[in-house]
Design a protein around this ligand. Structure first.
Ligand SMILES: Cc1cc2nc3c(=O)[nH]c(=O)nc-3n(C[C@H](O)[C@H](O)[C@H](O)COP(=O)(O)O)c2cc1C
Length: 212
């Protein structure tokens, strides 16, 4: 598919693909998808996560044991692993402030105020709190990723049914200060993917909305 879908069309077109064809996502389309995902909103704009892109079939295979043997983890074009950034928050804020200063020309005084404000709410998190905070940001990026992929005609499946610690070990993530949150195989739907024609099951608006 060459034409990009609008948001509403993308949401209707997408589904959690359970079986992918052999067709590869091109490097250009992959970069476009990752660029779009990178535009996600995040807490203070810190984007406390990384997206690990895996094409190597052997590495994908070794993740199966940590994915309840869900075959789509190995049979796809690319496997994306979204991981929480567990590095030092003070360093994270400093590097954000540097890039903010470079990009916007914000004054030193404004920088100081922003920095203090950010650190007041973030600097005292213990590792588990940091993981929860970063995971919440990952999940926003996940939503952006799923919709962006669909807009580009790329299929995907969010997979939370994994043992994140197993992923961390296989991918040696702790040495990069990263911790797995979720994985998303991408590619193109297989013509025999039974999920492709499943009717969407969703709450009606009156079940979803609470008017106060
Ligand atoms: C956080 C999250 C975790 C999920 N984990 C799995 C999973 O482990 N395996 C799977 O086949 N689908 C998984 N899904 C896909 C959901 O089952 C699917 O999105 C849902 O049934 C709605 O269907 P649709 O996305 O096809 O519209 C997950 C979805 C989300 C958002």
């Amino acid at each position: 598919m060459n034409t990009e879908l609008n948001v509403s069309q993308s949401l209707t077109w997408r589904y959690a693909a359970r079986r992918f064809s052999d067709k590869k996502v091109s490097q250009t389309a992959l970069e476009q998808l990752l660029t779009m995902t990178g535009l996600s909103a995040s807490s203070y704009g810190l984007q406390p996560y990384k997206i690990i892109v895996i094409e190597n079939p052997k590495i994908k295979e070794s993740l199966l044991a940590h994915s309840y043997e869900q075959k789509k983890v190995a049979a796809n074009s690319h496997l994306l692993v979204l991981a929480a950034d567990m590095s030092n928050v003070v360093t994270m804020v400093s590097s954000y402030m540097q890039s903010l200063a470079k990009t916007t020309g914000i004054t030193a005084l404004q920088q100081q105020a922003m920095r203090e404000n950010m650190l007041a709410s973030l600097a005292n998190m213990d590792p588990e709190q940091q993981f929860q905070w970063a995971s919440a940001q990952v999940n926003i990026a996940l939503g952006t990723l799923l919709v962006s992929a669909a807009s580009l005609g790329i299929d995907s499946c969010p997979i939370g049914g994994i043992d994140g610690r197993g992923y961390d070990e296989v991918l040696a993530l702790p040495e990069r200060n990263l911790r797995t949150v979720i994985t998303v195989p991408i590619g193109y739907r297989h013509e025999d993917d039974v999920s492709a024609n499943a009717t969407k099951v969703r709450k009606a608006l009156h079940e979803l909305i609470v008017e106060i």
